[in-house]
Design a protein around this ligand. Structure first.
Ligand SMILES: Cc1cc2nc3c(=O)[nH]c(=O)nc-3n(C[C@H](O)[C@H](O)[C@H](O)COP(=O)(O)OP(=O)(O)OC[C@H]3O[C@@H](n4cnc5c(N)ncnc54)[C@H](O)[C@@H]3O)c2cc1C
Length: 550
């Protein structure tokens, strides 16, 4: 493989700065440096590669995507040679995989760890970005590519008295590197999203007493984790090209297809019969591989909910606890669907308690624990914040990104993100956002979307260089149309009716707009490709200099 570090420009420190060393940053660096011969620097806040899988080391952390598709497919040998131990890989295994990727493609030496990018300013005279870090480094680059992650800005609600607690506190998204031992402790877990659903059963095994403070109950589907039978693994190994083709052209980046007949036109018995094998199989089959009309029509959704409510009642011994665990007031599927490895059963244990903090909210964190509005106080030795992330826009808005006229990106996005394809924003030339807001991103199996964005960005840079152009940015019209279409697609569905992080609803003051894009993985890819074939329709390419390179 070529590993040229030749420069294509003389007026910059490097050709590209990449922010983040997770799946996105690693593959982007590989493409830029190893296949395009560009000079690139990667900056990463963490002390190693992995992104999500570097930070989220809480007990039970694992992917909910099946392992055979939760990885890169750009290199068949890499895909064939890596063996996953289970259906859903655990955090340490995914981190080991990404460390292997970094080693295999010799990436580490262009990554600067323990370094956060604080600011990036576009210079309109030189058409370059000047990037500044918290360690005082300044680097100029033609291209600025963010691989900052959609779920990397962890969020702790600003409860009064947050620092008052005398015991230990943890956030699932910033878990310590050494093992946390809860043996003999009274533990409080705040939040019941996907991370809590994974962590609670394992914390319960150690803790003397565990209290889960729940604001919104979640629909949790069995994961059905375990080793993958040999014959299945062999069949998949033999079908690399088919799998790659299917996930790239799928709806959500999985090998799942939705049914032609809707739930609305089916009886409850028919719906139950369709959902039961998907429940037994485990995984995202009920969510992303059953009835498409449940995302659009509440009657259809109600039939799926009915099936799931019965399942929860079957699993929980105490009827009152079961009722509290049954989600209410929002449709199934419009909130990230967590997978269950013993979550519901945990609430049958005598030392595990479920407290509803919707009707009786958390008033403050006290030196001893958590006090609710009605004055009830729970005493803990440790509090686990499983309170999620400032999703999608959070990691970008935490950086001072200044485009043309010195305009801050977060000011431009004050009422919600404004992008074209979820990839670029007008007024910010040569700034690319891998799996940015208004792209399929978190509504997909993300490695598939990451590879598509990285390859597309590489294609754009090649195109600029071929034309001797220095900048690309969306036109205001193309951006306006994309923003409007993003909202229209969402408004046609039930997604906006649920208070979710897809809608920014978990962060006080965050604009209520639908953050990902509902074009779906395959059609979105096709649209991007059509745009490229039409000479990058909707983009302005400029700075062309006869015979020059970008
Ligand atoms: C608990 C959990 C489970 C998940 N499970 C799944 C799953 O089953 N399937 C799925 O498809 N996706 C899942 N995801 C989403 C997951 O984030 C993506 O699959 C994928 O790991 C994203 O890779 P990335 O490189 O784009 O971002 P990340 O992995 O988030 O990496 C971004 C990196 O950028 C760094 N960074 C951010 N800002 C800066 C800055 N200013 N300066 C320097 N560095 C910065 C961060 O430190 C981070 O390391 C999960 C996410 C979480 C949190």
């Amino acid at each position: 493989m070529p590993n040229s570090c030749q420069s294509s420009s003389t007026d910059t420190d490097v050709d590209a700065v990449v922010i983040g060393a997770g799946f996105s940053g690693l593959y982007m660096l590989h493409r830029l440096r190893n296949t395009m011969g560009l000079r690139a620097r990667v900056f990463e806040t963490g002390g190693g590669v992995g992104g999500t899988w570097y930070w989220n080391r809480y007990p039970g952390a694992r992917s909910d995507s099946d392992s055979y598709i939760y990885g890169f497919t750009f290199d068949e040998q890499l895909w064939q040679q890596w063996e996953w131990s289970e259906r859903y890989p655990e955090q340490h295994e995914i981190r080991a995989y990404l460390e292997h990727v970094a080693e295999r493609y010799d990436l580490d030496h262009d990554i600067t760890f323990d370094t956060t990018v604080r600011g990036a300013a576009f210079d309109e005279d030189s058409d370059t970005w000047t990037v500044t870090t918290d360690t005082g480094e300044t680097v100029t680059a033609r291209y600025l590519i963010t691989g900052v992650g959609a779920l990397s800005a962890s969020n702790t609600p600003k409860f009064p008295g947050l620092d008052a607690f005398r015991g230990a506190t943890y956030h699932t998204g910033q878990w310590p590197h050494e093992k946390v031992d809860f043996t003999g402790q009274r533990v409080g877990v705040i939040g019941t999203g996907a991370s809590a659903v994974q962590a609670v059963p394992l914390i319960a095994r150690e803790a003397e007493d565990l209290t889960v403070l729940q604001r919104t109950a979640n629909y949790v589907i069995p994961a059905n984790n375990g080793p993958v039978p040999d014959e299945v693994r062999q069949a998949r190994k033999a079908d690399y090209a088919g799998i790659r083709e299917r996930i790239q052209n799928s709806t959500f980046g999985f090998e799942l297809t939705t049914l032609e007949k809707g739930a609305a036109e089916s009886t409850q018995e028919e719906v139950d019969a369709v959902l039961q094998p998907r429940w037994d199989e485990g995984g995202f089959g009920i969510w992303l591989g059953s009835y498409v009309d449940m995302f659009f029509v509440d009657d259809a959704n109600a039939k799926v909910r009915h099936f799931l409510h019965d399942k929860i009642r079957e699993k929980i011994d105490d009827p009152q606890t079961a009722e509290r665990l049954i989600p209410k007031g929002y449709p199934f599927g419009c909130k990230r669907n967590p997978l269950d490895s013993g979550y519901y059963e945990t609430f049958n244990l005598p030392h595990v308690h479920l407290v509803d903090v919707k009707s009786n909210p958390i008033a403050e964190i006290t030196p001893a624990g958590v006090k609710l509005v009605d004055g009830t106080e729970y005493e803990f030795d440790a509090i686990v914040y499983a309170t999620g992330f400032d999703a999608m826009t959070g990691p970008l808005n935490r950086i001072d990104i200044r485009g043309r006229g010195g305009r801050l990106l977060r000011d431009k996005w004050a009422d919600g993100p404004r992008t074209y394809l979820g990839l670029m924003s007008a007024g910010y030339p040569n700034l690319f956002t891998i799996t940015g807001p208004q792209s399929p991103s978190v509504l997909s199996n993300m490695p598939v979307s990451i590879e598509q964005h990285v390859d597309y960005i590489a294609g754009i840079i090649d195109h600029l260089r071929d034309r001797g152009a220095t900048t690309i940015e969306p036109t205001a019209e193309a951006e306006d149309a994309w923003v409007a279409q993003n909202q229209q697609l969402a408004e046609a569905t039930l997604f906006p009716t649920a208070d979710t992080w897809y809608m920014g609803a978990n962060i006080p003051g965050k604009p209520r707009v639908f953050l990902p894009n509902l074009s779906f993985v395959g059609p979105y890819r096709a649209k991007c490709d059509r745009i490229a074939e039409n000479d990058y329709e909707g983009f302005t390419i400029s700075g062309a200099r006869e015979g020059a390179t970008a």
